[in-house]
Write a protein of this length. Structure first.
Length: 259
């Protein structure tokens, strides 16, 4: 039994050695950064990680009605917002300005509008999809969500957009590895119609990363096909197609002029 004890001890050493090698590998750090940014979106109470369940789930399925923000007489789509005092506003405002500079959407500080986005420091990063009526919370936790790309991602939810990996044609472009997805998270991969006749976009700021909702950290759940090496899950800037979709949904037409 002494032999068994030594064997156990040896095994313990081996696994901690492996862990040490893993911690010093660049892959560990890239996974770590991804985890920091993306896992913060995940919360049990929210659908698809960072989308608040609401009656009006999809601006694309309710064209011309309440889910879209209305056009003002000037032709701009004005989205009123308020920002809680906790924030340094500049990064939030620069994300808003970036969307405005490429589309006809204008985020305007709320005066007395009934429907508006209320940006608050709550748990996780989350938003309703489209206009939901009254004050709708857009949560940007100071603990992990104050990042330019994440803010743009949440703002796009508030304009009516779902995640790219849930498009109706997604099975032609990605393979969902259900084996690595816990049953409780399966709803995050449910298909929704958000295509707007645009091509599938791996580079969309609304695309989740390859380890999203994995049963165990580092396991892959979304694998691009046919080329598994295509990168997905960027949170840097709106893609060309992200911009195109906003302009289509809100019928921006000729109105797009750089601010
Ligand atoms: Zn999201």
């Amino acid at each position: 039994w002494l032999n068994m004890f030594f064997f156990f001890f040896f095994f313990l050493q081996l696994s901690s050695l492996r862990r040490l090698v893993w911690i010093y590998s660049p892959k560990f750090w890239s996974e770590m950064i991804l985890t920091l940014f993306y896992d913060s979106e995940i919360s049990d109470t929210l659908l698809e990680g960072d989308m608040v369940i609401s009656a009006s789930k999809n601006a694309l399925s309710c064209l011309n009605d309440y889910c879209r923000w209305p056009k003002s007489p000037s032709g701009w789509v004005e989205v009123p917002y308020s920002i809680a005092n906790d924030f340094c506003e500049s990064v939030i405002e620069s994300a808003m300005k970036s969307i405005a500079s490429k589309t006809c959407v204008r985020f305007v500080p709320r005066t007395n509008q009934v429907d508006y986005i209320s940006i608050e420091n709550l748990a996780g990063c989350s938003s309703s999809v489209g206009r939901s009526g009254g004050a709708q919370q857009l949560s940007l936790s100071m603990d992990g969500c104050i990042n330019y790309g994440i803010i743009e991602h949440e703002l796009l939810h508030s304009l009516g957009f779902h995640h790219e990996h849930t498009r109706t044609d997604r099975d032609k472009y990605i393979w969902i590895n259900w084996q690595n997805i816990p049953e409780a998270s399966a709803n995050n991969f449910q298909i929704k119609d958000t295509n707007l006749n645009t091509p599938y976009d791996y580079n969309s700021i609304m695309h989740y990363g390859r380890t999203a909702f994995a049963i165990q950290s580092g396991l892959e759940t979304i694998i691009p096909i046919p080329n598994p090496l295509v990168s997905i899950g960027q949170r840097q800037e709106l893609s060309y197609t992200d911009i195109q979709r906003i302009n289509m949904l809100y019928e921006c037409g000729e109105l797009i002029t750089p601010m």
